[in-house]
Write a protein that binds this ligand. Structure first.
Ligand SMILES: [Fe+2]
Length: 486
């Protein structure tokens, strides 16, 4: 494929995207000299990432931050726009470069880069890297999605959530990277705003303003295991509560509008999200669909931003997102419809029931299950974070099988864990719950047209680095069938 240089100026695009939204600081209005000379140390300390693959492109992310923990949250960068080049190659040695471009990283977005190259080939592995101020970033791997409706023999997807930096070592992220998934779903609690630092320094006090949230994100990325997990495959990210504040819910605006705005801004800046997710006022568009040929469709949900804070009887998705999801079910032609979402979905009562899960929104849950059963959806799979305990659950409505829920445990939250004792959760008596395992880890799934195979991966300990990782259980869902343990 010939080299097709392409130039994109982020400043102009963002200015357009932001018209009538976030007010830019005064300085942004005046033309400023774009920095081309090297006048800062290696800015690629936070690594690189990619996300939201399409058949012809993928988001490429980095953020320039020579001093990640700088007090002002600006990473030690000069207060002016800086040009960042990116390139995409077919090979790891970058001998066959297929696309190049330039973005302008601005202080208003903490010198983050969200490049959206187009014109790539579907179902392909690519390598990418950035260059700025004479410095070269680490290279990483990504991939494009298959063409619409294309047959796909297999897809390996890892799912993770709940990475409290201070609670332990990110051995699970390292193992996830070693497992070489095609795609990674992050289901929320990317970091914790409140972190006791039991094992490691969480990187400063609880954030409440933009500088604080930027520092917290940068500190998270100081972990090499997390950077390795980002570098192995594109991610589809959704948040839960701790990216802002514990248990925030929709209309309560995250306790304070300024804090919410700061957390959303920093989240966008640090995640490989498309420009459609640039925050607008107090909102950030996060729910979205990522089709994967005829094999799977990923419906990534946001159960935080639009939920009714009153719980019972209210909606956990909001009306608009619910309609969007049910429309997606109605038009489904995929082998597997996968909901990537935050909180425990299956029915649950007793001590194990957390108040901010779908159990508090039973009408929402019923409408989603009914929408799925009244649609051409072949196989429904809910992938869930937040619980800090692995679960394999069967879903049903009116005694009709309605799908499978696989809950991934935490990367570190909760500490080492206690090997599956259900300690009063009531899960042992719950007919929906087929499996639980209370250790840290992640979920590794493999989708084929014939079946879904799920390995529950666990780390022996997170209180020390490099602990062993193993598969605690494997479950299979045959096409059109129910959860089985082979
Ligand atoms: Fe969590």
């Amino acid at each position: 494929m010939p080299v097709l240089p392409r130039r994109t100026v982020l400043l102009g695009t963002l200015a357009g995207a932001l018209a009538g939204a976030l007010p830019l600081p005064e300085a942004a209005a005046a033309p400023r000299e774009v920095l081309r000379q090297s006048s800062f140390p290696d800015p690629f300390t936070l690594g690189v990432a990619s996300g939201d693959p399409a058949p012809d492109g993928v988001v490429l992310w980095t953020r320039l931050a020579p001093q990640p923990d700088a007090d002002d949250g600006l990473g030690g960068m000069p207060d002016r726009p800086v040009e960042v080049e990116w390139e995409i190659a077919e090979d790891e040695a970058f001998t066959r470069i297929v696309r190049r471009g330039t973005e302008t990283a601005t202080p208003e977005f903490a010198h983050s880069v969200h490049a959206e190259p187009a014109g790539l080939a579907p179902t392909r592995e690519y390598f990418y890297r950035f260059r700025s101020g004479g410095h070269l970033s680490p290279a990483a791997r990504t991939r494009t999605a298959p063409a619409p409706g294309a047959a796909v023999p297999a897809l390996t997807v890892a799912a993770a959530s709940c990475a409290k930096f201070g609670a332990g070592y990110f051995t699970a992220y390292r193992a996830l990277a070693d497992d070489d998934p095609d795609l990674v779903l992050h289901l929320g609690d990317y970091f914790y705003e409140s972190d006791e630092g039991d094992v490691r320094d969480p990187g400063g006090p609880e954030p409440t303003d933009l500088a604080g949230y930027r520092r917290r994100h940068a500190h998270q990325r100081s972990d090499a295991d997390l950077r390795a997990a980002h570098a192995v495959a594109p991610w589809l990210v959704v948040w839960d509560d701790h990216e802002l504040v514990n248990n925030w819910a929709g209309a309560d605006r995250g306790r304070s509008p300024l804090r919410r705005r700061a957390a959303f801004q920093a989240y966008y800046e640090h995640m490989p999200l498309r420009r459609t997710s640039v925050p607008r006022g107090l909102d950030l568009q996060l729910y979205r669909r990522i089709p994967w040929g005829s094999l799977a469709t990923f419906h990534m949900l946001d159960t935080r931003q639009y939920r009714d804070p009153r719980g019972s009887g209210g909606s956990i998705t909001g009306d608009e997102q619910e309609r969007w999801l049910l429309d997606g079910f109605r038009t489904s032609t995929a082998g597997w419809d996968v909901l990537g979402q935050q909180v425990f979905f299956a029915p649950r009562s007793g001590d194990g029931h957390k108040s901010d899960t779908w159990e508090s929104y039973p009408d929402s849950r019923e409408r989603v299950l009914r929408g799925r059963l009244d649609s051409p959806v072949r196989n429904a799979v809910v992938l869930t974070g937040d619980e800090h305990v692995h679960h394999a659950n069967e879903l049903e409505l009116d005694d009709r099988p309605a799908g499978t829920e696989l809950v991934t445990t935490s990367i570190t939250s909760g500490g080492d864990g206690d090997s599956g004792d259900d300690s009063g959760s009531g899960d042992d008596e719950n007919p929906h719950i087929r499996y639980r395992e209370d250790r840290r880890g992640y979920l590794l799934t493999r989708f084929t047209p014939a079946e879904l195979r799920a390995d529950f991966r666990v780390v022996e300990q997170v209180s020390r680095p490099d602990a062993p990782v193993r598969t605690s259980a494997t479950f299979v869902v045959p096409d059109g069938g129910a959860l089985t343990r082979p």
